[in-house]
Design a protein around this ligand. Structure first.
Ligand code: HEC
Length: 215
């Protein structure tokens, strides 16, 4: 009799433990400290956060890594400011010119023409009107104004800010300036590198110092 009671009691204990097992839910964890971190979990839901969500919007004014804000505004004053004072930060090398040409042929030549004379294929087919030649005296474009119109667009020309990076836009600027110089019959700007073997002059001393400072 005593044994039967013991066996029954044991059966009740086993059944009650096993019956808690449910395949559809995480099971009871014994000493769960190793499983549940003290810190908040990425994308976890916690009441302490606004909206109850751990993943929050970036703070106002945050910018992606490697992206530089362009703080000249899209207005007539902004255009004038860019035209007068914005300078191309890249060196005018052959490599930059070539990359600029490749990008120009993709994005700009359809309207402006491979030579920058305003006679691109869309103009020839009369799909778009009023595309100027880069040597248009009335416009007198500058490195700053070219960058500005590429960033914001101008009238029927769209913005290229989302298709191109800042660096690429400046490479295109170099190439547009080259096309302009070609149209005007002038020599395009190329920044000469410091000579490998330079003559012993004061001037050279200064330029090597500049060069090493830049690194
Ligand atoms: C869809 C045709 C089209 C494409 C593509 C295009 N442009 Fe233009 N662009 C125009 C038109 C039209 C104007 C004249 C806008 C106006 O002043 O009314 C213009 C004007 C300009 C000007 C002179 C703006 C000024 O300051 O007066 C520059 C510089 C220029 N474009 C550069 C570019 C560059 C660089 C690209 C390529 C990244 C490009 N454009 C792509 C149509 C185009």
């Amino acid at each position: 009799m005593k044994n039967t009671i013991k066996i029954l009691a044991l059966a009740v204990v086993i059944i009650s433990v096993v019956s808690c097992q449910k395949d559809s839910k995480p099971n009871y964890q014994y000493m769960p400290n190793m499983y549940e971190p003290l810190s908040y979990e990425t994308y976890g839901e916690y009441a302490v956060f606004p909206g109850g969500q751990e993943a929050m919007l970036p703070a106002e004014g945050s910018i992606p890594r490697g992206w530089m804000p362009y703080d000249i505004e899209n207005s007539n004053e902004g255009y004038k400011q860019a035209k007068d004072s914005l300078k191309n930060p890249i060196k005018y090398t052959k490599e930059n010119e070539e990359t600029g040409k490749a990008l120009y042929d993709i994005y700009c030549a359809v309207c402006h023409g491979a030579k920058g004379d305003g006679k691109g294929i869309l103009v020839k087919r009369e799909k778009i009107l009023g595309v100027p030649s880069y040597d248009d005296v009335g416009r007198a474009i500058t490195e700053g104004s070219i960058y500005h119109v590429m960033y914001y667009g101008i009238n029927s020309m769209g913005s290229y800010a989302s298709q191109t990076s800042e660096h690429e836009r400046w490479q295109i600027v170099q190439y547009v300036e080259k096309l302009k110089a070609d149209l005007e019959g002038k020599a395009p700007r190329i920044d000469t590198e410091v000579a490998v073997v330079a003559p012993k002059t004061e001037e050279h001393h200064e330029s090597t110092e500049e060069h090493s400072n830049a690194h």
